[in-house]
Design a protein around this ligand. Structure first.
Ligand code: ZN
Ligand code: ZN
Length: 284
């Protein structure tokens, strides 16, 4: 029997990469004896192996939305699991467009996939992978039970927070979202809330080092949540533990944890952990 645990595999927000200390978004949740991956940003495959997971044992993959920092490595993860002896069904839950993404991925690797089926006698990857495009509401009825809440993340139309529970353990992933008070009710009583977080005071520095236009700043504030507001969500939801994740900005120098903790303390007095790649939280 495996131990129920959450592992943050990639803790930075956005697809850019200037160091490998923090990779884009991906998470591992082992719950109810199932290996679940939540989001597949760049680096997910190697981080899963680092977390001690045999790739052929992945049961479910959940994608919150189709931004590249959450889906870029879905195809490569599946293909690598396949060449690492995947021989059972693996189910992908993703928003509308996930099927199209995978169709294009398979097409891009058609030469290799067909060759390995012939040459190495592997089962057809395309038949091992089941895709379930989901919307708001019940995503999976049991082991674990998974429900989705549509969250605002403009201009992306479909983006879903996911609540995963089994045997009294409840873990909620807030996905990428602007400040959204219905998340309080959705995450009510969670053992862990993993919520994206943006340090407002760091955004100016980010704009400067990336030579980005003001339009980036506008996007960030319209579709993400400041640390202070994340605290309001955690407080309203009454969660046991808050994990600040999908950190923005992460500069090449890293982050100043104290700055983030000072900010969250303004609105939230409960337990807080700042995510880092490889952070493991076991069920108590
Ligand atoms: Zn993102
Ligand atoms: Zn996003």
């Amino acid at each position: 029997m495996t131990v129920d645990r959450l592992v943050i595999l990639g803790s930075k927000g956005g697809p850019s990469l200037r160091t490998t200390t923090r990779m884009p978004t991906s998470n591992l949740l082992e719950i109810a004896g199932k290996v679940c991956v939540v989001d597949c940003g760049l680096g997910v495959t190697s981080r899963l192996v680092d977390a001690g997971i045999k790739l052929a044992e992945i049961d479910y993959i959940f994608i919150t939305h189709l931004h590249s920092d959450h889906i870029l490595e879905l195809g490569p993860l599946l293909h690598t699991a396949w060449t690492t002896n995947l021989n059972k069904r693996i189910t992908i839950f993703g928003p509308a467009g996930t099927t199209e993404y995978l169709d294009h991925f398979y097409q891009s690797l058609q030469f290799d996939i067909d060759l390995r089926i012939d040459d190495e006698g592997r089962p057809d990857l395309r038949e091992l992978v089941l895709i379930r495009e989901y919307g708001e509401g019940l995503v999976l009825a049991d082991t674990p039970r998974v429900t989705a809440l549509k969250v605002p993340h403009p201009p992306v139309e479909e983006c879903y927070a996911l609540k995963m529970e089994h045997g009294g353990w409840k873990v909620t992933f807030g996905a990428d979202t602007a400040y959204f008070t219905p998340l309080m009710e959705f995450a009510r009583g969670s053992d862990i809330l993993i919520h994206e977080a943006m340090l407002a005071s760091g955004i100016e520095e980010l704009i400067r080092i990336t030579n980005s236009a003001k339009s980036l700043e506008k996007h960030l504030f319209a579709s993400h949540t400041t640390v202070e507001d994340v605290g309001r969500i955690a407080h309203g939801a009454g969660v046991e533990l808050l994990v600040l994740n999908h950190l923005v900005p992460v500069t090449p120098k890293g982050i100043n944890e104290q700055e983030w903790l000072d900010e969250i303390a303004k609105t939230w007095k409960g337990k807080t952990v700042i995510a880092r790649d490889g952070l493991e939280i076991r069920r108590q």
